[in-house]
Design a binder for this molecule. Structure first.
Ligand code: RUB
Length: 296
């Protein structure tokens, strides 16, 4: 939890893989690739829900494997690993900028926006609209239990945006004032359902009822390819200590505490998924999947 947000998690993982590869002392190319592959598998276990993490590792490792065929010189494989890690990081950072530009097109002057959690991509949309002189107001949910909304509201306010911090349970109270919800994603199902911070689906339900638009801002590498064959994305469950103090838990041992960190918002509650390669209705994500993974 020192590194939060699916995009940052993916970039941190490939940087760790690059450092690990650089520090490896091995005798041959095959050994090098094998050790990098193993380290990649280990890193993938760090955060089970953010599919950006395995997608980033796979991008680097598969490209390294291709380049490594017949190459035994470790120095040139280290250089290849560095090249692919850096190209992922660059692609990821530029995606956030492009999403900002595309998403801001859907924000109108005078709009009131609501965001949940702390998403670089969602913040990019909001800040781009603000920089384009659109007069916007933003509600940020607190995002219990980790309070990522404090980070988001602080960042937006420091950039001059008119921000109001609210508790998560106040979303329905304020929704009538909200023109558009903007959130990020940890993973996207091929059918356009979106996995994001716990509470996102509740916000979506409320927004749908109030006829507020619902935008997801997410890099294309958050599409989870395994969902094409019906696999589900695991939902990370964190420590009860994030929810209550140790002292309270001790005094109330009979109370069970659950702390799932993410939930799934069905496509019917989503108006647009803004990626760096275009804006899609949730039903259109399958096209992006086909383009990326080459299925005919
Ligand atoms: C963060 C979270 C974010 C997404 C998207 O959860 O749910 O909305 O990861 O973020 P946590 P980004 O704090 O538990 O990691 O757009 O930055 O990838």
């Amino acid at each position: 939890m020192k590194i939060r947000g699916a995009g940052r998690i993916a970039r941190a993982a490939v940087k760790a893989l690059e450092d690990y590869g650089d520090s490896l002392e091995v005798s041959g190319g095959r050994d090098f690739v094998e050790r990098v592959r193993e380290a990649g598998e280990y890193l993938k276990g760090a955060r089970p829900t953010a599919v950006s993490l395995p997608n980033a590792i796979n991008y680097v490792v598969l490209n390294l494997e291709k380049e490594a065929k017949g190459v035994e010189d470790v120095a040139s494989l280290k250089a290849a690993l560095k090249k692919y890690c850096e190209s992922f990081v660059e692609r990821s950072e530029s995606a956030v900028e492009k999403i900002g530009l595309l998403g801001a097109r859907l924000i109108e002057d005078g709009d009131t926006i609501l965001t949940h959690c702390n998403s670089e991509a969602a913040i990019s949309v909001i800040l781009t609209a603000h920089r384009q002189q659109k007069n916007i107001k933003v509600f940020c949910t607190e995002t219990r239990p980790k309070g990522q909304g404090y980070l988001t509201s602080s960042k937006l306010a420091k950039n001059g945006v008119d921000v109001t911090l609210i508790v998560d349970s106040a979303v329905n109270f304020f929704i009538k004032k909200v023109d558009q919800v903007v959130v990020g994603a940890d993973a996207i199902y091929v059918n356009g359902a979106v996995v994001n911070k716990i509470g996102t689906s509740q916000v979506a339900l409320v927004a749908n009822q109030a006829k507020s638009r619902f935008m997801v801002a997410a890099e294309s590498y958050k599409i989870a390819p395994k969902t094409f064959v019906g696999e589900l994305i695991p939902i990370e469950e964190r420590s009860p200590e994030e929810v209550v103090s140790g002292e309270w838990a001790q005094e109330n041992k009979e109370v069970k505490i659950r702390n799932p960190s993410f939930d799934v918002t069905p496509p019917k509650y989503i108006d647009s998924i803004v990626t760096e390669v275009g804006i899609f209705p949730p039903e259109g994500i399958i096209l992006l999947y086909r383009e990326t993974y080459g299925l005919s």
